[in-house]
Design a protein around this ligand. Structure first.
Ligand code: TYD
Length: 226
């Protein structure tokens, strides 16, 4: 395997946490500072994974059970990692990914009641060594997040997806599980209050990212502070 020189940043959280807004803000800022930035998302992000995405999100896979769904998420993830994420990191790109392995841990593992050994093994195969350098978990109460997601759904007339349709207690369990991840892996997973003002959330995320971002090469147009 080639040496990985980029930086892999994932964003996690419940529905309507504000991940996409914050990812776009961070991407713009890092680009202005001279970084090469790739914004991507899961499920999807590569040709193979996008083919699996609609099967998962419109609920076609639901009737086959949570194991089947978890395996499909993992298959999509592995394609995304090998086709897109790993090559980008090897070129020194900062990769910002909207959801990654922690979504499977929480959605399929915790609220899908899958046994940990099953999800751990799947995760190992799916990511194949490509683990995020930092994971930003944007925390909002389930009720607020769902209201935001509903508004967004009615605006773009997409309506709720297979997961948004679930009960509020399920979404609260997910919120709790994401918060627990920050306790069990405090070096990688950072909890950010998604109820704060958008600018405040953006600044908090920037500070967390700056702390781990590799220095830019000090020659040419990309010189300067990180
Ligand atoms: P999407 O509309 O792409 O994004 P978001 O909710 O982040 O704005 O929906 C993705 C859905 O898929 C979301 O409800 C979470 C779910 N999901 C899983 O259940 N497991 C996973 O591994 C991933 C990546 C997503």
């Amino acid at each position: 395997m080639n040496q990985v020189t980029g930086c892999f940043i994932t964003f996690e959280g419940g529905e309507g946490a504000g991940k996409s807004t914050q990812i776009n803000r961070l991407a713009n800022l890092l680009r202005r500072r001279g970084h090469d930035v790739l914004v991507t998302r899961e499920p999807g992000g590569s040709q193979g994974a996008e083919a699996v995405r609609h099967v998962l999100l419109d609920g076609q896979a639901e009737e086959f059970g949570v194991r089947m769904e978890a395996i499909l998420f993992a298959a999509a993830r592995n394609d995304h990692v090998e086709q897109i994420i790993r090559p980008a990191l090897e070129e020194g790109t900062v990769v910002l990914c909207d959801r990654f392995m922690d979504s499977t841990r929480v959605y399929q593992g915790v609220t899908g009641n899958l046994e940990p050994a099953f999800t751990e093994n799947l995760e190992r195969v799916a990511v194949h060594g490509v683990v995020p350098d930092i994971t930003i978990i944007i925390d909002v109460p389930a009720k607020t997040g769902l209201e935001r997601a509903r508004k967004r759904g009615s605006k773009d007339s997409s309506g709720p997806d297979r997961f948004e349709k679930e009960e509020i207690v399920t979404h609260e369990k997910r919120r709790e599980a994401f918060r627990e991840l920050c306790q069990s892996e405090p070096d990688r997973c950072k909890l950010v209050d998604g109820m704060a003002k958008e600018d405040t959330v953006a600044l908090t995320i920037l500070e967390l990212v700056e702390a781990i971002l590799p220095e830019l090469p000090s020659t040419g147009a990309k010189s300067g502070k990180r």
